[in-house]
Write a protein that binds this ligand. Sequence first.
Ligand code: NAD
Length: 488
Amino acid sequence: MSDDAISPLSGMLFLGGELTPGAGERITVENPATGEAIGEIAQATPTDIDRAVSEARTAFREWSRVTPHARAKALHRLGELIAADADGMARIMTLEQGKPLNEARGEILKLAEACHFYAEEAVRVHGEIVPNDKPGFQSLVVREPIGVVGAITPWNYPAELIGWKLCASLAAGCTIVIKPAEITPFTALAIARKVSDAGFPEGAVSVLTGKGSIVGQALVEHPDVDKIAFTGSSAVGLHIQQTCPRIKRLSLELGGNCPMIVTATADLDMAVAGATRRGFRNMGQICIAINRIYVERSIYENFIAALAKSADALVVGNGIEAPDADVGAMASAEPLTKTREHLADALDKGARLLAGGAAPEGEAFARGHFFRPTAVADCTHEMKVMIEETFGPLVGIAPFDTLDEAIALANDTPYGLASYAYTRDLFEVQKISAELDYGNVAINNVDAGIMNAPYGGRKQSGVGYEHGREGLLEYFNFKHVRLFHGVS
Ligand code: NAD
């Protein structure tokens, strides 16, 4: 059953500055809360891909020469258009992704904020004059936009994860071809519709829908795409790195397995609230979700009792009908299956079920991908929940005796995206922030990423940064101009 918000976007690509019906293979898109078909995507064909890249190249010649002030103006306009239609765009996101409407609306407003942030940064990109070893010379280091960007994005934050790439590219003077996740294409097309109203050059932004292994891979291999900005799993990120057939810039924002340490000096209520928020928000489908919690033994039983209560209190709902539910449906069957597997594995190996563990009961949940927020205690690193990314509403908890032990356990992972700690002891704060081997460390809070600080992973969690000036600089080449002027 198609929805009025979705039907104008169903089967469309965004090419040449407008929505265009696609001719490729059709793939059905479902509402994960009901299992109903809400529309379909048309897989971009090789001709569509070549057209998007070639138009992006043509648009790049114009856009890279436009003044930063003009680029900023267009981005501010884009931010205003997106914010003005936050309700409509949120509905599209909830229908395809499952998160509650209010949360989807918040994400759309953060996308608008990203437009304004990068608009402001666009006019602050400056070069340097570097001292020389001989008189009469001057060295200028200038920053030039990279060119055509291929952006490949996942489904968990269908607006923001496009937005950071889109806004930084356009602010820098790059042009961009976006390949959104198969299950959340309509948010991407809804964003593109705003791009056409904001007045960017035709072809500066395109959206190509379809399978990652076909459309995404074609962008990775395309000789005229200068950079791939990818957010997704570590496995696909590695595959992209290994199969990219030519030298090109890669930013890879990948998976995580994020720890939280709670010491005996922590404010217990704050720690429980933080664990609940970052463990279960968006049904745990967040790269920076808390997957595992290490709690100092003297407060362990108090902590797990409080977390169980807090997890049980979360309201699960159909995101459209219950806009203010705490969590909605999971985005598809795949992460739900993995969550169940990780839970069964933990229980088999001796974990204690504290909360959740099953789908909510009732007709309203019968056809969607629903699950109760779930916590298990007494976990070990033999259990998948403690060593793999679950990407679902499941948190494993274990006690520790010394801070060194907790830090060693927290670092015992191939990932390095985000980590968390609750403590009120200054020594512990300093030791934890220095020794956790992660790109992001949040202490006494769980919002590891903010718009004006760099956000990126280490180890198998990726290379490159989004957010902040560092996020913008990912879209530039540096050029050194060494000039002899003869004035000594
Ligand atoms: P995924 O890797 O399966 O897919 C991501 C995107 O890559 C999709 O658009 C997909 O179609 C495309 N893709 C798949 N195969 C491809 C190929 N061979 N070539 C090019 N593109 C291809 O990830 P997902 O399941 O959509 O998202 C969940 C993952 O994303 C989790 O691991 C999560 O941690 C990660 N993630 C990371 C961040 C971050 O900032 N580090 C943010 C959000 C999500």
